[in-house]
Ligand binder design. Structure first.
Ligand SMILES: C[S@@+](CC[C@H](N)C(=O)[O-])C[C@H]1O[C@@H](n2cnc3c(N)ncnc32)[C@H](O)[C@@H]1O
Length: 297
């Protein structure tokens, strides 16, 4: 790396740090990698920046200084093994959701091996389709229905799901999968769950750039979790698995929503990679006579 490239990176990192970006150096490198089309690990080999690259780098840096998320600037977001298309109007998938997706994928892989029919997963509040596409691609042989209310977000999900076994439905989770009663083996959900009272504690990037529909819930942040529990109880077969993300302060209240109804057994709360309470897992209780049957393994 020449001194001019090194100096440009160092100055960019300082500027980002000065406006409160925690990962100033990493973001500066990611932006330079993006504008030059050079992998981050190869930036040190850049001899110099062309005028065009320097202008593009400064423009990208100015956006990041205004706290626009890196993923909106580059249009890409990593989720597990996926490189997703994202941008304004869609929630940027977070690393903490990857653990929940992993549990769903393990369940689906074991069902693909043992079940007679193609397993069905339903991903509620699908956003960019991150969880849905991860399930469909990492557990090949399953089918996934993804539900998203925002047309803009559903459009990103459709693009990310192209060529996969994901069917994207634009609609309200309350009724978008009414045709799938008793048919799904797995339900995942990362619903909006942040109470408005927690507004100040939410990162500036999220407050300004994630769609409000993706973040904010009612007073206790639990209304959508209740809806997820109701919908999952309808669509899952007996023995089917539900996984529902929640805020780290909802490690008791979110499982309580599931434990309060007779529809669930084995209700447990699970932690994310940082060790914080992050998602509920529960099994659909056996269905009563007349309802579709229990899971076949
Ligand atoms: C926190 S984001 C999660 C997105 C994605 N599952 C992920 O983990 O990256 C919540 C998503 O739920 C969507 N949403 C909110 N209310 C909804 C509803 N009633 N029905 C369907 N989707 C809804 C939002 O538009 C947003 O995309």
């Amino acid at each position: 790396m020449t001194s001019s490239v090194r100096a440009a990176l160092s100055e960019a990192a300082d500027r980002l740090t000065a406006v409160g970006v925690e990962s100033g150096r990493a973001d500066a490198e990611a932006l330079l990698a993006w504008v030059t089309g050079t992998p981050r690990s190869r930036l040190h080999a850049l001899s110099c920046l062309s005028d065009e690259a320097e202008i593009a780098f400064r423009a990208a840096l100015a956006r990041r200084q205004r706290r626009e998320p890196l993923q909106h600037i580059t249009g890409r977001a990593a989720f597990r093994h996926l490189d997703l298309t994202v941008g304004p109007g869609v929630f940027i998938p977070r690393p903490e959701t990857e653990v929940m997706a992993g549990v769903a994928i393990d369940e689906l892989r074991s069902l693909v091996k043992t079940a007679a029919a193609e397993p069905l997963a339903v991903d509620l509040c699908s956003g960019s389709g991150a969880v849905a596409v991860a399930m469909a691609t990492e557990a090949a042989g399953c089918r996934v229905v993804a539900v998203e209310l925002s047309m803009q977000a559903a459009d990103y999900a459709s693009r990310n799901a192209a060529g996969s076994a994901v069917e994207v439905r634009c609609g309200d989770i309350a009724d978008a999968v009414d045709d799938l009663v008793g048919q799904a083996q797995v339900v995942t959900a990362n619903p909006p769950y942040i109470p408005m009272a927690a507004y100040e504690s939410v990162a500036l990037e999220a407050r300004q750039f994630d769609p409000p529909l993706a973040l904010w819930a009612d007073d206790d942040g639990m209304q959508m979790v209740r809806t997820v529990a109701e919908v999952a109880a309808r669509v899952l077969v007996g023995g089917g698995l539900v996984l529902c993300e929640h805020a780290d302060v909802q490690g008791d209240s979110a499982p309580a929503v599931f434990a309060a109804s007779g529809h669930w057994v084995d209700v447990r709360d699970c932690r994310d990679l940082a060790g914080r309470p992050r998602f509920v897992r529960a099994r659909r209780a056996p269905r009563s006579s007349g309802e579709p049957g229990t899971i076949t393994r």
